[in-house]
Design a protein around this ligand. Structure first.
Ligand SMILES: Nc1ncnc2c1ncn2[C@@H]1O[C@H](COP(=O)(O)OP(=O)(O)OP(=O)(O)O)[C@@H](O)[C@H]1O
Ligand SMILES: [Mg+2]
Length: 491
């Protein structure tokens, strides 16, 4: 009995003492001092800091649709995905929109993992708040709010706020970009633009298999182009520093079948960019061109193939067009079937140049523009001067080094006794990589590498004979013309 009484008296004294000190603390310490002491006490007991990243951001109103999935949450999810699949026991498969991977694994609710960066350990956990919304229903709706919680020691506060979070965001976004499904856009004719939900660009998934490894060209030239592309793609700060728009123009020229389109695909694959394939003949005028280009996004290659055929660039081109128009006048059916967009296209060289110089600079960065042509000599100097087209790349007939790339890719052959003959013939005649590739591709199960190489030798010999015959005929007709001219002068 006495013991119980003593215990109660002790409890009573402790409570009274605590209340006394608390009253003193409350009455005599100024607010700022009080909160600082409390913080110190709390940090002594639990020296960790938590930061939460909500899955949805925006107005938390009655309308769920007002909420937008947070980019930061998505970046963290992607950043942690690789680590989660190794550490977490409870995993969730998430279907990521526009990703080349069917699913991405992320940690399930109430799971936690650790991340180490620059020798410091951080804990990440996925949490879920479940609250019942006030609604008139027998079964109240359940509102789930998921969030990532980052926990770290308070001594790393500055490092986390200044460096670590940036690292997580950048890395996460870079992984998202590298895994995203890329798109090939083509412009829609403007007559469809105004209809309901009509888009200026249609897109399909871009899955061209060409890479710089499969591209046949001299290795030195290839390396130079790859370095140029990488330097461009990593040049955000550099372009900002020199005060230039983050853009680069390439002019690819060479005969048909030398790999211009394949190179564009290889560039897009190498950088992970989308492609906008701009068909200029369906663009009515400069205003439409502007509207189309404004809708392109960063990390993209805007391609205008056969630029010499798309615009009235030179006097020669105009002459050709006049001739074509004369022919159309004689044949009204061909005129009708050619369609009206072609004849209505009023995109001008100056419109295009304005875009390249001015407008392009205004719509933001990381865009490459590529023009291709089979006839570089036909292009207007204003279009291809440096600054507009930063790099001119010639894709030419197949040389021995380019042939070896094709032989390796198509036949898995890196050396062969027939290579010497092929090398000699390639020096003596012009054949496109497309023709070489065609001969190297086995047409049936019975065709082995040697058969294909022999087929190529035959094709090269035929090409050589034809070229010699053509040169002879040309020389003969030139001689005849000169003779006729000489006779005319004599008479
Ligand atoms: N340099 C090359 N390396 C590898 N393959 C090539 C190369 N050039 C051509 N080819 C092969 O030939 C085909 C046609 O090439 P591509 O379409 O790239 O030529 P192009 O220069 O764009 O022709 P065009 O001027 O007619 O548009 C490609 O699908 C590819 O298989
Ligand atoms: Mg092409």
């Amino acid at each position: 009995m006495t013991m119980i009484g003593e215990t109660w008296s002790l409890v009573g004294t402790s409570i009274a003492t605590t209340m006394f000190f608390w009253t003193m603390f409350d009455n005599y310490f100024p607010d700022h001092l009080r909160s600082s002491i409390l913080k110190k006490l709390a940090s002594f007991v639990y020296p960790y800091i938590n930061i939460t990243f909500n899955e949805f951001i925006g107005e938390d109103s009655d309308e769920y649709m007002d909420l937008k999935r947070s980019d930061a949450y998505a970046a963290i999810e992607t950043y942690l995905s690789g680590k989660s699949s190794k550490q977490a026991r409870n995993l969730k498969a998430v279907v990521v929109k526009d990703s080349s991977q069917p699913v991405q694994l992320s940690m399930g609710e109430n799971e936690g993992i650790t991340d180490e960066f620059e020798g410091i350990r951080f804990s990440w956990a996925v949490k879920k708040n479940t609250s019942r919304t006030q609604s008139i229903s027998i079964y109240p709706e359940i509102d789930e709010k998921r969030y990532y919680k980052l926990t770290f020691h308070e001594s790393h506060r500055d490092f986390v706020c200044g460096t670590y979070i940036n690292h997580v965001m950048q890395e996460g976004k870079a992984i998202m970009v590298s895994k995203r499904q890329r798109k090939l856009y083509t412009n829609n004719p403007s007559k469809n633009w105004e209809s309901y939900r009509a888009q200026k660009w249609s897109h399909a998934t871009f899955e061209h298999p060409a890479t710089f490894d499969t591209l046949a060209m001299e290795s030195k030239k290839k390396e130079e182009i790859i370095n140029d592309l990488i330097k461009f793609s990593q040049g955000k700060e550099y372009y900002a520093k020199i005060g230039k728009a983050w853009k680069r123009g390439y002019l690819l020229y060479g005969p048909p079948g030398t790999g211009k389109s394949s190179m564009i695909a290889a560039m897009a694959n190498h950088l992970g960019y989308d492609i906008y394939d701009l068909e200029l003949t369906t663009v009515k005028d400069n205003t439409e061109l502007r509207r189309l280009l404004i809708e392109t996004t960063g990390k993209s290659i805007i391609v205008i193939e056969g630029i010499d055929c798309s615009l009235d660039l030179t006097g020669q081109r105009k002459k050709e067009k006049k001739k074509a128009n004369d022919e159309e006048a004689k044949d009204p059916i061909s005129k009708m079937t050619k369609g009206e967009e072609d004849s209505n296209s009023k995109v001008t060289l100056s419109g295009l140049l304005n875009f390249i110089d001015g407008l392009w600079s205004a719509i933001g960065g990381e865009r490459i523009i590529v023009f291709t042509t089979n006839y570089v000599e036909k292009l207007d100097a204003a279009l291809i001067r440096r600054g507009r087209m930063d790099k001119h790349i010639e894709l030419s007939y197949c040389g021995f080094e380019a042939f070896k790339v094709l032989a390796k890719n198509y036949l898995d052959v890196v050396s062969h006794t027939l290579f010497a003959t092929i090398g000699r013939l390639l020096d003596e005649t012009n054949i496109t990589p497309a023709d070489v590739a065609e001969n190297l591709m086995p047409k049936s199960m019975n065709e082995d590498a040697e058969t294909c190489l022999k087929k190529l030798i035959e094709a090269l010999e035929t090409a050589k004979e034809e070229a010699e015959k053509k040169a002879e005929e040309e020389a003969q007709s030139k001689a005849e013309k000169e003779e006729r001219e000489a006779r005319r002068c004599e008479s």
